[in-house]
Design a protein around this ligand. Structure first.
Ligand code: HEM
Ligand code: HEM
Length: 243
């Protein structure tokens, strides 16, 4: 016997799933509720591209998982961005121009420029490679929100490092890549512009925290409430709750 909790949102009239009104527990040993599991199964098949099978061979082309490069880049960028927040936070412990603070900033700038490079690759690759379809179990507004948040995250992966880059350029501060390469100073130093990019860098970091929170919340809803494969297709090492 398998029990699961479904919310009012999933069980709306006009959807393939049974309408229920209130949130409640479903029990797969009950014949009516067994039907519900069939519905879920069919919705899953459709979401994986089965609906197009009759007309062409797109099923073969519709991926069920994110490809390995997307999965790796997504994970690495997430880890590096988390590290960026840690380094920015740690630098505050040391007064301006102290060597320790500059070391933290050197690492912060280097990792930031690395995120810029990996981010461009991630975006190009994500637009070239076909992604798995958005979950059909989610409501329309949820899919729209997910798409919008993804687009904004793509934009922030680039805007965060670029604002940092221009902040340092206008402040005439060196930007290095792990002591291997020093970026050319090509902008005429200007304190007013350095301040604008400093402010922008700070505000964008708040936006990033907000969007990643919504993004993770969505992933948790898919994993624990919808029980679909949205999380496992990006993180294949996580155990699936799909039935
Ligand atoms: C994904 C990339 C990045 C993230 C998430 C990030 C995040 C942050 C955060 C949260 C702060 C603290 C802001 C504040 O205290 O108001 C900060 C400060 C800073 N960031 Fe970044 N950053 C990134 C990339 C870069 C890059 C590429 C550079 C330069 C090339 C850079 C240069 C700086 C500098 C110089 C500061 C400190 C300014 C100061 O203390 O005067 N950042 N960053
Ligand atoms: C800095 C942090 C993060 C950024 C910038 C980010 C960015 C993105 C982007 C742009 C996509 C869309 C990929 C595409 O459509 O090709 C995506 C997908 C995804 N992300 Fe993140 N992500 C971050 C953190 C996380 C975390 C912490 C989780 C963990 C729960 C997560 C879970 C997912 C999942 C499950 C998908 C696939 C969604 C789907 O199939 O529609 N992400 N992420």
């Amino acid at each position: 016997m398998r029990k699961m909790f479904i919310t009012r949102g999933v069980a709306q009239p006009g959807r393939v799933l049974p309408s229920g009104g209130r949130s409640r527990w479903f029990d797969s040993s009950h014949p009516d509720q067994y039907c519900y599991h069939h519905c879920r199964y069919i919705v899953d098949l459709i979401s994986q591209g089965m609906s197009k099978m009759a007309t062409n061979d797109s099923l073969l082309k519709t991926p069920k998982q994110f490809n390995l490069l997307t999965q790796c880049l997504h994970g690495i960028i997430f880890l590096l961005i988390s590290l960026q927040f840690y380094l920015a936070y740690r630098r505050e412990f040391f007064p301006k121009d102290l060597p320790e603070r500059l070391t933290y900033l050197l690492w912060h700038k280097s990792i930031g420029m690395l995120v810029l490079g990996l981010g461009i690759l991630f975006i190009l690759w994500s637009f070239i490679k076909k992604r798995p379809p958005y979950s059909l179990i989610a409501r329309r507004w949820e899919r729209m929100t997910a798409k919008t948040v993804h687009l904004l995250l793509f934009a922030l992966i680039i805007a965060m490092p670029l604002s940092g880059y221009f902040m340092s350029q206008f402040a005439d501060r060196p930007i290095q890549l792990f002591n291997i390469y020093t970026f050319h100073q090509w902008v005429t130093p200007d304190k007013a512009w350095a301040d604008i990019f400093y402010q922008m860098h700070g505000y964008l970091s708040y936006a990033l925290i907000g969007l990643v929170s919504v993004h993770v919340l969505g992933a948790l809803v898919h994993y624990f409430i919808y029980n679909d494969d949205v999380v496992t297709r990006m993180f294949p090492f996580i155990k699936s709750r799909k039935f």
